[in-house]
Design a protein around this ligand. Structure first.
Ligand SMILES: Nc1ncnc2c1ncn2[C@@H]1O[C@H](COP(=O)(O)OP(=O)(O)OP(=O)(O)O)[C@@H](O)[C@H]1O
Length: 281
């Protein structure tokens, strides 16, 4: 169990997190959304014990988190964080050595390490480029390696900071499938993202942050229909919610559901969205 209660954090004098109540077990895939500077990454760093709150607490397995080296090592075997920039996370020039590093630190048997790496690379579909040097990988491939680095730990909680940032549309779809696969294995995933359509589609719970506070939380259908709260947080509504609220469509969770019911709309929307993705419209 991973949560926070009344968590306050400031870097210097200015408070950045102001009484956050967050529960990573409340949903299977939680989405953390908020404008730049609202405190999402700072919350992630508190959740994985990199930062320590000045007031309130992170709760791990029902107890306030300890900050001894030993307590943090135990936490990080179960709470794995994948930062936005994979280059911050990958230290070796070959994938196998990079993924083995944390497992060797734990004194794990080499045969077990090999099996864990194999399995993690399967889960992020990275076997095809496994033997390429890391500097030869694309950004999206590096992101998948960084996620594999978290999966080798077999952690129950995965914190993903901007998992789709910098990915092309195919890479974004691929990342969606990987996140769904991880959640289907029973792991809790927390995603911090500006990709509001992605969060709407793949998260079953949403936390909206504004200026260091959680101003709304709940299921995506409820949270994303609260236009005023989203505006307060500086966020736009997902396009499927706009269709629902502005054009009176039923509230669909993804475009496949929409097009299954309104097949004629399919080509028009796809055309519109592909133009929008290229930034022309
Ligand atoms: N190391 C730091 N020292 C001082 N202030 C910091 C530091 N890191 C972040 N901040 C400040 O804390 C606030 C919250 O930043 P944070 O990175 O947590 O927000 P965020 O919601 O993740 O933003 P973004 O969407 O841009 O990634 C911002 O005002 C930021 O300037």
């Amino acid at each position: 169990m991973l949560s926070t209660q009344n968590l306050h954090f400031r870097y210097q004098d200015e408070p950045v997190l102001k009484g956050i109540d967050f529960d990573a077990d409340r949903f299977s895939v939680s989405g953390l959304v908020g404008a730049n500077g609202s405190g999402k990454s700072t919350l992630f760093m508190n959740l994985c014990g990199v930062l320590r709150p000045q007031q309130g607490a992170v709760y791990w397995q029902g107890e306030p988190l300890g900050y001894s080296k030993r307590a943090l090592m135990a936490l990080r075997q179960q709470v794995a964080t994948v930062f936005q920039d994979p280059d911050q996370q990958i230290f070796y020039t070959d994938i196998d050595s990079d993924l083995a590093f944390s497992l060797r630190n734990l004194g794990m048997d080499e045969a077990v390490i090999g099996a864990r790496i194999d399995d993690a690379l399967d889960r992020v579909d990275a076997q095809s480029f496994r033997h390429q040097p890391i500097q030869a990988l694309s950004h999206g491939q590096k992101k998948r390696v960084a996620i594999a680095g978290a999966l080798v730990m077999d952690a129950d909680y995965l914190l993903l900071d901007e998992p789709t940032a910098g990915l092309d549309p195919a890479g974004r779809e691929h990342m969606k499938a990987i996140i769904r696969r991880i959640a289907a294995e029973g792991k809790h995933v927390v995603i911090s993202s500006h990709d509001i359509d992605l969060v709407y589609e793949i998260c079953d719970g949403i936390y909206v942050m504004a200026a260091g506070e959680v101003i709304a939380s709940g299921t995506p259908d409820v949270v994303f229909c609260q236009g005023e709260k989203l505006a307060q947080a500086g966020l736009a509504q997902p396009w499927l919610v706009k269709l629902h609220q502005q054009l009176g469509f039923p509230l669909y969770r993804n475009e496949d559901d929409l097009f299954a019911v309104h097949p004629g709309a399919g080509s028009a929307f796809t055309r519109h969205r592909s133009v929008a993705v290229k930034g022309v419209a």
